[in-house]
Ligand binder design. Structure first.
Ligand SMILES: NC(=O)c1ccc[n+]([C@@H]2O[C@H](COP(=O)([O-])OP(=O)(O)OC[C@H]3O[C@@H](n4cnc5c(N)ncnc54)[C@H](OP(=O)(O)O)[C@@H]3O)[C@@H](O)[C@H]2O)c1
Length: 326
């Protein structure tokens, strides 16, 4: 377990990193992402921050970014209005960033929700709980790989269920058949398909560090919603602590293929990668091992099946041919 004190001490080192780190947050209008963004803005020197908000959250997020601007006027804070429950919005986000930036240092993704109310497809014909937690995240990483590869020590953090991957319904990856869909199955599919495809991106881009984190139970608006549907796991971590821990994952060399950001704290050793090449991390900040399941999926080529399926989904939502930016 990495103590919160160690995390806080290490995060102070972010202030010594080169000025002008570029970071994109998707899901920072509340909860873990918002806290991670707040702590990043506090510590970083002249950061260039982009944060995505859907229309209903634009007003409150503008006010939040204004408060960050007050506390660290050296930074730039850009709100991108987009509803990431639609994959087609991702390319618009990426196009806007490419107009202004030549590199991305940190991509932080924590958008998503559990669909306790049942499956209500978007106009793209997809379950929005899977889109926010899987399809849009993967599309964003895939499209930003060229900019990530231009940063000296690029890092991707996906907050969901690293280490908790489970068996997939391989004949119905999108859980289209109502008999196959449940809010739990869509969560397992999002996390497992996320790990398998992020691993593929990591293997094709050895310079890129990718972390898939399971944050444990965290007291956020998302958890408050779960409480209303009878899910009340005990002893949640505060969103503030989870945000600091998330920032540690995003900036500490403990979770890195090559170092170059904040050095590993004395007394801790680097976390090993999964067999597929990413960092699966548990709530305490330690490496999670789910190789028994993941190695079996990889050896049967399920990772490739998931990749091809996802490419097909992207093609259908972009109205064009699959575009592989690896
Ligand atoms: N909290 C936990 O205990 C816990 C445990 C394990 C995994 N997770 C996962 O970790 C991630 C972050 O969790 P959190 O607790 O910080 O969540 P949160 O406070 O509910 O924040 C989720 C973010 O996702 C966005 N979002 C939610 N529903 C959306 C939709 N339909 N369309 C577009 N954007 C949507 C939210 O935007 P708005 O502000 O506009 O709603 C917000 O930016 C989530 O994927 C969650 O499933 C959380």
């Amino acid at each position: 377990m990495v103590s919160l004190q160690t995390v806080q001490q290490a995060n102070l080192g972010i202030g010594s990193l080169p000025a002008g780190l570029v970071a994109l947050f998707m899901g920072a209008t509340s909860g873990i992402g918002q806290s991670a963004l707040q702590h990043f803005a506090q510590h970083a020197s002249s950061p260039r921050i982009y944060s995505v908000a859907r229309p209903s959250a634009v007003g409150s997020h503008e006010a939040f970014l204004a408060s960050l601007r007050d506390s660290n006027p050296s930074g730039t804070y850009n709100l991108i209005e987009a509803d990431v429950s639609l994959i087609s919005e991702i390319d618009r986000i990426v196009a806007g960033i490419k107009e202004n930036e030549t590199k991305i240092d940190i991509l932080f993704m924590s958008a998503g929700f559990m669909a306790f109310e049942g499956r209500r497809d978007t106009r793209e014909g997809l379950d929005p709980s899977m889109t926010t937690r899987y399809y849009s995240r993967l599309r964003l990483v895939q499209q930003l790989v060229p900019l990530l590869n231009k940063a000296p020590s690029p890092r991707v953090v996906s907050v969901l269920g690293g280490g908790l991957e489970g068996p997939l319904n391989e004949r119905d990856l999108d859980l289209r058949d109502p008999k196959n869909w449940s809010f739990w199955n869509s969560s397992i599919h999002s996390g497992t398909m996320g790990t398998l495809t992020l691993e593929r991106i990591a293997r094709a881009n050895p310079h890129l560090s990718i972390i898939h984190w399971f944050p444990g139970t965290v007291a956020t608006p998302g958890l408050a919603r779960a409480n209303k549907f009878g899910m009340s796991p005990p002893n949640p971590t505060s969103a503030d602590e989870a945000g600091q821990r998330a920032l540690f994952l995003a900036t500490n060399d403990r979770y890195s293929v090559q170092g170059g950001l904040v050095p590993v704290p004395i007394g801790l050793s680097p976390v090993p990668k999964s067999g597929g090449g990413i960092f699966l991390v548990d709530p305490a900040g330690e490496g999670a091992n789910n190789e028994r399941l993941l190695a079996g999926l990889r050896s049967r080529g399920v990772d490739e099946t998931v990749w091809r399926f996802t490419e097909g989904v992207f093609a259908s939502t972009q109205g064009g041919k699959p575009k592989d930016e690896l």
